[in-house]
Ligand binder design. Structure first.
Ligand SMILES: Nc1ncnc2c1ncn2[C@@H]1O[C@H](COP(=O)(O)OP(=O)(O)OP(=O)(O)O)[C@@H](O)[C@H]1O
Ligand SMILES: [Mg+2]
Length: 524
């Protein structure tokens, strides 16, 4: 039966963002019960670490998971951060797309304003229960809320609200009741916390898991450098964004729009852009017409601009990476490399690589991080994996065929990308997009670290060869001692002792001779 446009039109209606993610929670990573527990803990802990760092507080994070009925967990996360002021609490937890990080360009774990409210959405979807929030900013008052999300309106629905006197503390505590399954494998809450401890060695994390307490002590008392917010770069801006910015800017003239809304655009450059595009720089940005925006865009593309500032990022640095790897993996050798900053689509980014070898490490494993957050899923889709897999490890005498996850070569590969805007491949922020410049930086960092590991490895192999040789000589010493003892009529043990001494002295003596030669040469 045919239907008229009018009939079809009756089905049109607006969709709230909460309704959208209610149907599409897999887009945010909630596609199975095991992963759901990980996502809830991760969203809360990432926020706690962001908040602590912004307030320059050494993070103390407490996580507790308890199974209250089959496949239903009570999940609690507490931090010692700055807390959240009362009036923002309901919307932060009860409105999807509400946050402080989306409209700025600054290195942080969160960016979208989706993370924590989606955790609330998932828990209410699966158990029907509200979330409980305690927050104090350190003024002696604790605000307690119990709330849900009103899905149709994408607004908080407050069920309980009170002020308590719980003494002096600051921070946030969140308690969820959600469906989940607890497993301790490579993509679990435990693994996420362990890798978080590697990349954030200044955080103290306590985890009361269903199988007992695990503590990740601090390996460093120093927070890394504070990242700075920057303005967008003209070379990264797209036509639609430019149009919107022109409409909403507070700048009075087109010239001041360019110089105040973007990083690294001086008055001379701004004037040149306007002149080349044939647009008067003195007009109000709101009066720029569509055709003129297109012309401006074309000129911008061809204009040479100073690269965005790159001292705004906060990489971990080689020392913290090495400390983190040592603390959590107990390897025999570690090396780390931090590349200088680079730029993709106008966004500064920086890549770091650490390699840990031997000791308690059992297999070849890749640890991926973006803005200090471990990435546990979508390994195959990630630029980091691509760079690792295409590196010719054989050249460095390290790996044969790349064998991630297989036992054999005891190598942990740590790779971190930090940026004011990490290009994730999806909202669940699990894999980094393969921009060629990002791949290139990753490769350069991997090569440099691999070179250093390869030097150490050949030294180690040489020493092992020497030790093996010595062992062989000593084995023959036994036979020889027997024969000599018989010949000269001395006790066998004594002859053997003499022989071993000669062999050892021979090796050491050889080196001493060479040293003497070297000393002689430099002295001459
Ligand atoms: N523990 C906390 N302490 C202080 N502020 C917090 C805390 N948790 C969340 N916030 C505030 O709530 C906002 C919303 O958090 P949410 O996780 O939803 O989004 P986000 O972290 O900005 O981005 P993303 O969706 O990428 O996680 C944050 O931007 C932050 O301002
Ligand atoms: Mg967040």
């Amino acid at each position: 039966m045919e239907r008229t446009a009018e009939e079809l039109a009756r089905e049109q209606r607006e969709i709230s963002i909460s309704e959208f993610f209610e149907k599409n929670r897999h887009l945010l990573g909630y596609d199975n019960k095991i992963k759901a527990l990980l996502m809830i803990v991760k969203e809360a802990v990432d926020n706690s670490l962001d908040a602590c760092e912004e307030a320059r507080i050494l993070p103390e994070i407490y996580v507790k998971l308890e199974e209250v009925s089959p496949d239903v967990y009570r999940i609690q996360i507490r931090d010692n951060g700055p807390g959240i002021v009362k009036k923002h609490i309901p919307r932060i937890f009860g409105t999807l797309l509400y946050g402080s990080k989306f409209h700025r360009l600054r290195q942080s774990r969160g960016a979208q304003g989706l993370g924590i409210s989606c955790a609330v959405l998932y828990s209410q979807l699966t158990t029907g229960e509200p979330v409980e929030i305690l927050s104090s900013t350190g003024d002696g008052t604790t605000h307690r809320y119990k709330l849900k999300i009103d899905i149709k309106r994408n607004q908080p629905q407050i069920l309980e609200e009170e002020s308590l006197d719980l003494g002096q503390w600051h921070g946030v505590q969140i308690t969820f009741l959600a469906e989940g399954k607890y497993k301790e494998h490579k993509q679990s809450v435990l693994e996420y916390l362990k890798e978080t401890a590697i990349a954030n060695p200044y955080a103290h994390i306590i985890f009361d898991s269903p199988t007992g307490r695990v503590e990740f002590p601090r390996g460093s008392e120093e927070l890394p450098r504070e990242p700075k917010a920057i303005k967008p770069h003209l070379h990264g801006v797209e036509l639609g964004v430019l149009e919107r910015m022109l409409m909403t800017t507070k700048a009075r003239t087109l010239l001041s729009f360019f110089t105040t809304e973007f990083s690294r655009v001086g008055a001379t450059t701004a004037k040149q852009i306007c002149e080349k595009a044939g647009v008067d720089p003195r007009i109000s940005p709101k009066r720029v017409e569509d055709e003129q925006v297109k012309k401006l865009m074309a000129v911008i593309k061809e204009t040479k601009l100073i690269a965005p500032p790159t001292d705004v990022l906060s990489p971990l640095g080689a020392q913290l990476i090495e400390e983190g790897l040592r603390k959590e993996l107990s390897p025999e050798f570690v090396v780390a490399v931090t590349r200088p900053p680079a730029v993709y689509r106008g966004f500064p980014f920086q890549v770091e690589v650490g390699l840990a070898y031997g000791g308690e490490i059992q297999e070849t494993r890749l640890y991926r991080f973006a803005n200090r957050v471990p990435l546990l899923y979508k390994q195959g889709d990630c630029a980091i994996t691509k760079a690792v897999e295409t590196l010719d490890w054989r050249r460095y005498g390290i790996l044969g065929d790349m064998q991630l996850g297989k036992p054999g070569v005891p190598l942990a590969i740590f790779a971190h990308i930090c940026s004011v805007w990490v290009p994730f491949t999806s909202e669940s922020k699990e894999a980094v997009a393969s921009y060629p410049v990002i791949l290139k930086e990753l490769k350069l960092a991997l090569q440099e670290a691999a070179r250093k590991l390869s030097i150490w490895l050949s030294g180690k192999r040489r020493a092992e060869y020497q030790a093996q040789r010595l062992k062989t000589f000593e084995k023959y010493a036994e036979e020889t001692a027997k024969a000599i003892a018989e010949l000269v009529g001395e006790p066998e043990e004594r002859v053997k002792e003499l022989l071993v001494n000669i062999i050892r002295r021979g090796k050491n003596g050889g080196e001493t001779e060479r040293e003497a030669e070297a000393a002689g040469a430099s002295g001459a």
